[in-house]
Design a binder for this molecule. Structure first.
Ligand SMILES: [Zn+2]
Ligand SMILES: [Zn+2]
Length: 189
């Protein structure tokens, strides 16, 4: 679920962003912001995770990178083979074979990884992502429903453009008097 918050310092609730258990560690996400003078500034936030979830997130990240580089490598390999004079269909077949092997390997390893994750995990990879910034507000994508509602409640005064479901999370907490700021964006003239 997408959450827009204004400011730089946000309270990330002290629970694992993936499974909701007690967090013993964290994973850093970073974002950039462009101010009026077009200077880019970077920001980083530490998202709490438990040790087990941090492990599966890291393994999943690495697996995807490895698979992508394998596909790229087989692409380069078949291109070189083509340059060395082998027939185009042989190179194409080699490339497709390499890509197919990479995807089969990823699917198999992800299935194995899935067995090692907790029952309460929301995802194999990161459950909190940075989507980008607009002016002084930052957007996050949070996959765990319990973590979203904890985050929304902890940062309720910084929420911008809250969707109906986010507002209902505030209502559940009987904070109906809270107002959520909305940015007025001027359309192109
Ligand atoms: Zn966890
Ligand atoms: Zn997890």
């Amino acid at each position: 679920m997408r959450v827009d918050v204004s400011g730089k310092q946000f309270a990330f609730p002290r629970q694992c962003a993936c499974c909701g258990r007690f967090p013993g560690t964290w994973l850093t996400i970073s974002g950039t912001e462009r101010n009026r003078n077009s200077k880019t500034r970077g920001w980083a936030w530490d998202i709490p995770y438990c040790h087990q979830c941090r492990t599966h997130v890291r393994v999943a990240d690495r697996l995807l990178i490895a698979a992508l580089s394998l596909v790229a490598l087989s692409g380069v390999g078949s291109f070189v083979a083509l340059g060395l004079g082998s027939a185009w269909y042989v190179s194409l077949a080699a490339f497709l074979l390499g890509s197919a092997l990479a995807s089969i390997g990823v699917v198999w390893l992800f299935a194995r990884l899935k067995r090692s994750q907790f029952v309460g995990c929301v995802a194999l990879n990161r459950s909190v992502r940075y989507l980008g910034s607009s002016g002084s507000w930052h957007s996050f994508d949070i996959r765990s429903r319990t973590y979203v509602s904890a985050f929304v409640r902890a940062n309720r005064l910084k929420l911008v453009n809250a969707s109906a479901s986010i507002r209902s999370m505030l209502r559940e907490q009987e904070m109906s008097e809270f107002q959520v700021a909305r940015r007025i964006t001027r359309g192109p003239k």
